[in-house]
Design a protein around this ligand. Sequence first.
Ligand code: ASP
Length: 425
Amino acid sequence: MKTKHLSLRIVIALILGIVVGSICNLFIQNGFIGGLDKYVFNVIGQIFLNLIFMLVVPIVFVSIVLGVIGVGDPKLLGGIGLKTITFFLTTTALAITIGLLLAMLFQPGQGKSDLFKSKDVDKYEQTLKKDSGGEATNQTFDQTLIDLFPKNPVKAMTDENMLQIITFAIFIGIGIIMVGSKAQIVHKFFEQTNEVLMYIITMIMNVFAPIGTFGLVAHAFTGAGFGAIQQLGMYFFVVLLALFVHFFVVYGTAVKLLGHYSPMKFFKAFIPAITVGFSASSSNAALPVSMECTKKMGVRPEIASFVQPLGATINMDGTAIMQGVATIFIAQISGVQLSLGQLITVVIVAVVASIGTAGVPGVGLIMLAMVLNAVGLNPAAIGIILGIDRLLDMTRTSVNITGDAACALIVSNSEEKKLATKNSA
Ligand code: ASP
């Protein structure tokens, strides 16, 4: 991928998408604009998205198998896993804390108690009653644990159940290592499939990413609830500010101090992935590109292929930030003062809720119900922020995937020596 050139083209497409979409938003009632949005922006955007999604499951599966083979040693794998989970949990807790602190400082819900009377709340109450909104948050811990292990790996793939795909891939990888020379052809098969998949993703990015990004972003902005943003301006602003702080300060510092890598170079090299995450609002969709980007930074492929798919599934710092700010916002408009104990509960539950958030659009908001329930706030209040969530989802997804990439870089750096000696032995 000619990243430099490509990044520039995608960024231009993204800006064009924002400008054109925002203008169309003004004339959304007009039939021509409605048609343009439905039949042009949306169609090219969705085709691009499908092309990427088509590769997510095979790439995740194949690259984790190769990652496990590359690491080769279950003990080393355990160490990598431990470091990865520690980084994920720490940064997510930091993210919510930043969100909570900024929300308490800026008080986005102050004087807005009338929002609670809006019909959006009733509407969401109905949704919570009848559909999966409630279900998604009802998964019990024991079932979550059981569900890590797929009964049917093919179903896991058709359901795009990332955790089950990861588990299955780890077993296949271990199997190939243990069987050794007798599984040489299978090993080669995975290596060569990986080459082919990488070629396809590079081609898709080069040919379709700029136009696809334009379509997705133009569509999102055409339908964006700008009117609602004015009402909820302060909430919107605080979420963005917290995302910004976490992105530059926390990741920048971590990359510099723990990864010994220039933050500027890191952010720049990750632009193609960020734009895909942003336009698709999906960590999963960004995966194939984000793994390519980190490999270009020198992250070892066996680490990238393990850390990033796991991160796209369980590490959602941006989502946690939104959940923290939203909780304070909803508490404020409900006239509830959260105690210190409740704030700590928010931190803990939001870590769990963000882990449970799937890397697809909008799920973070559904999982917010879990946090609100934990501190006795009405989950139907989610209806108030629903209208502007798409734009925030785009931004928080970019943060989510950047956290995974920072982790891959740091873990790769710290395991470099062990992996290098193992591979040269
Ligand atoms: N869209 C987010 C992601 O894929 C998840 C969310 O917060 O809704 O990372």
